[in-house]
Design a protein around this ligand. Structure first.
Ligand SMILES: Cc1cc2nc3c(=O)[nH]c(=O)nc-3n(C[C@H](O)[C@H](O)[C@H](O)COP(=O)(O)OP(=O)(O)OC[C@H]3O[C@@H](n4cnc5c(N)ncnc54)[C@H](O)[C@@H]3O)c2cc1C
Length: 236
């Protein structure tokens, strides 16, 4: 793991409260799809948890740039990120995390709520970009349709690759779009949609409560603990 500086090159609004930031690192960094980095805004105090936070890569390895995506809140960290202008630089530490995609996985499923989508984007972009023959099922839950970050990218990837299936669920109100499912990701939904459930490797990323809930459902339906990989976004 090393500390590297990077310059902001682009900001992309994903939803009203979610934004992506693309950076050019001063030297190439190695990471595996699914990993995360630590942003170090307080270089004088590495233990400052308010200003030094973890964010997953939301772009695949192999680009000159890397991308992170943050749900923007009222916090000092969000304010600092939001204040960055093109050309501004910051320090980060990378790469971390063992919840990663390996090319040999043939059938995978993601159980995701909200901002947990970020490493999934890195993984699916990696799979499609490298034409990897992996069958992907994504179950992606949000409060409402406006909150679905990366929908354009996900829709495009599944249109171009029959091995990618995406199921959107919304929990707070009946969706307008007929393909969106109303309700939470639950046992019945998974049993209904995944015929080969015991053959799949499950990835669960997101806030700790969501990860715990999804892991419980996953154990209930597939009952093979070794087939479940999780990463909790501690700090939510
Ligand atoms: C491996 C990993 C990957 C992550 N990837 C992403 C990502 O891709 N995108 C993203 O937006 N976030 C990600 N996070 C979470 C991120 O690091 C921040 O914690 C989160 O974005 C909230 O930051 P904030 O400044 O908006 O929080 P705040 O608004 O300060 O806090 C949000 C809530 O969390 C509580 N909280 C804050 N810090 C802690 C803490 N240390 N322990 C327990 N509760 C706390 C607060 O009380 C508040 O209720 C990741 C975290 C980890 C560990």
């Amino acid at each position: 793991m090393e500390e590297v500086r990077a310059k902001l090159i682009q900001r992309i609004k994903r939803t009203s409260s979610v934004e992506s930031f693309r950076f050019l690192p001063e030297k190439k960094i190695d990471f595996i799809a699914g990993q995360f980095l630590q942003v170090i805004f307080d270089e004088n105090n590495r233990n400052n948890k308010e200003l030094n936070k973890y964010l997953s890569f939301s772009s695949s390895p192999g680009h000159d740039y890397f991308e992170v995506t943050k749900r923007i809140s009222e916090s000092a960290f969000s304010a600092k990120l939001e204040s960055l202008k093109t050309g501004d630089d910051f320090l980060f530490k990378a790469s971390m995390g063992a919840c990663v995609f390996k090319d040999e996985y043939k059938k995978i499923a993601f159980l995701i709520g909200g901002i947990g989508i970020t490493p999934v984007i890195s993984i699916i972009e990696y799979i499609t970009g490298n034409k990897i023959n992996t069958d992907v099922m994504l179950f992606y839950s949000n409060r409402n349709e406006e909150d679905i970050a990366f929908k354009t990218e996900l829709d495009k990837w599944r249109e171009n690759n029959l091995n990618i299936k995406v199921f959107y669920t919304v929990t707070d109100c009946q969706p307008v779009n007929k393909e969106c499912i109303f309700g939470r990701i639950d046992k019945d939904l998974l049993l209904n949609k995944i015929p080969d459930i015991k053959e799949r490797l499950f990835f669960i990323f997101g806030p700790p409560k969501m990860v715990e809930a999804m892991e419980n459902i996953c154990v209930e339906v597939s009952s093979i603990k070794e087939n479940i990989k999780t990463e909790s976004f501690i700090g939510y």
